[in-house]
Unconditional design. Sequence first.
Length: 213
Amino acid sequence: MNKTKQLLKIYQKMFDALGPRQWWPGETSFEVVIGAILTQNTNWSNVEKAIKNLKMADKLSPEGIYGLSVTELAELIRPSGFFNVKAKRVKAFINWLFSRYEGSLSKMFARDLEVLRSELLSVKGIGPETADSILLYAGNMPTFVVDAYTHRIFSRHELIPEESTYDEMKSFFEENLPKDVQLFNEYHALIVNIGKMFCKPRKACDPCPLKDI
């Protein structure tokens, strides 16, 4: 079986077992961007609390956060953990957004994908996974997001080498799947759920929908 057929078979098995994931949750693209930065090193329930605080304070907008001090922002996003570090990261993104794109996400997402990805990676505190999450989930741009779950699942099934880097894993999916935003979105969300539910450090293979691939 070629790699494309194999990857699509894996996708179908996950989708049949778990159904659509409706990920990334967010009422606006900007909310998705902030969530992608805040979710580093924490679970989503904590991010939701931080986003709720920003909404309650009427600060969940580029202009709203731009007008906050780092200290004020840190207090609002406290539930997300590492809040002082994350406040600096969010502010670094916002300051960059205003200096480069006049605070406009629509102008930002009008850029070429590879150019914009490179620009995002130059912002302090935004690594490959966060950049790709912003591009895919907030910008609807066809870039594949990989993470620790991706590495664990696909290296255990010997589809990628154990020593694969982020970019190598990303290329593996992008070179062997149709370049489709919805497919990339759903595929990554399903991988995360399989990782959380079954493919843990201590495996739960018997109930896993991928046990026979």
